[in-house]
Design a protein around this ligand. Structure first.
Ligand code: A2P
Length: 278
């Protein structure tokens, strides 16, 4: 079943679809994230650089959902990879949510020219040992970056969150993550609602199935074993995106979606080998 939760470690069970929160800030952000929790989302994806850990935490605290049923994620920005700065930033992330811990904490980008991501990983390991964060992972890490973390610390990330949508399906990255026991999460799973949503291959499958194009795309992610993190503002879109996990595409439909792949399919040319974020 595509909706079976994956368990990268004994005490972390991930839902098939999570909720992206970039740009959801302030009171509007709190209301939107609260609606997502009401709709049934149990994995929320935030970041220090989204400047919305406060809104996400406020929504979680105000919701009637038991705290241990929600996986709250945040990420360490590139400007704070140095050990002491990373420790203070993780502490700040937790304070900003108003929660007593975060469930998943990721290094946002490897920033290879800065070359301090192994040092940052040491700080995440310490934060986990202190109970500030329950699980640790990475985002935008190429296999070579992951392998360095493991070689130098012996600790493997539980997830790797990367850009992944039908224009950019990341076959090699997915295989590399899977070989290391790492769950691949997808950012911009809908391609930021660009021309992807008008692709005839997708509109045809959607019409055949009586579902939306967004649901076809998200069902494709789930069918690949990837955990998509769509962001949606309206309750209707939030609900349809979550329900996509129940849609199982046929092998032919999966292959048809795979035909949309482009070698240069990234939305904004953000290749983690060279692109850096601070
Ligand atoms: P909105 O936030 O106004 O609901 P991604 O997750 O790939 O970054 O894409 C996010 C974009 O996709 C947002 O503009 C969002 O719009 C839009 N979006 C989210 N869900 C749907 C949907 N079910 N149908 C169409 N557009 C959607």
């Amino acid at each position: 079943m595509p909706s079976t939760p994956r368990s990268p470690s004994a005490d972390l069970s991930l839902p098939p679809v999570g909720f992206g929160t970039a740009a959801l800030r302030g009171e509007h952000g709190v209301r939107t994230v609260a609606a997502a929790l009401d709709a049934g989302y149990r994995l929320l994806d935030s970041a220090f650089n989204y400047e919305n850990e406060g809104a996400v935490g406020a929504a979680v605290r105000a919701s009637g959902v038991p705290r241990d049923e929600v996986i709250v994620t945040s990420k360490l920005p590139g400007r704070h990879h140095a050990h002491d700065a990373a420790v203070a930033t993780i502490e700040e992330s937790v304070y900003r949510t108003g929660l007593d811990h975060l469930d998943l904490y990721l290094i946002h980008w490897p920033n290879p020219s800065q070359d301090r991501y192994v040092e940052a990983w040491g700080a995440l390991i310490e934060a986990r040992e202190r109970g500030l964060v329950r699980h640790i992972g990475v985002s935008n890490f190429l296999p070579e970056h992951v392998d360095r973390l493991v070689a130098e610390t012996g600790v493997t990330p539980v997830v790797n969150q990367v850009e992944l949508h039908p224009y950019f399906p990341q076959a090699e990255q997915r295989a590399a993550d899977a070989a290391r026991g790492i769950v691949t999460e997808a950012w911009s799973p809908l391609g930021r609602a660009n021309s992807l949503l008008d692709e005839p291959v997708l509109t045809r499958i959607a019409a055949d199935r009586g579902v939306t194009v967004a649901q076809v795309i998200l069902a494709w992610h789930v069918g690949l074993g990837v955990l998509p993190l769509p962001k949606a503002t309206s309750p209707d879109r939030q609900r349809q995106n979550l329900e996509a996990a129940d849609l199982e595409l046929s092998a032919e439909e999966m292959a048809a979606v795979a035909g949309l792949a482009r070698p240069d399919g990234r939305n904004n040319d953000q290749d983690p080998a060279v692109y850096e974020e601070y």
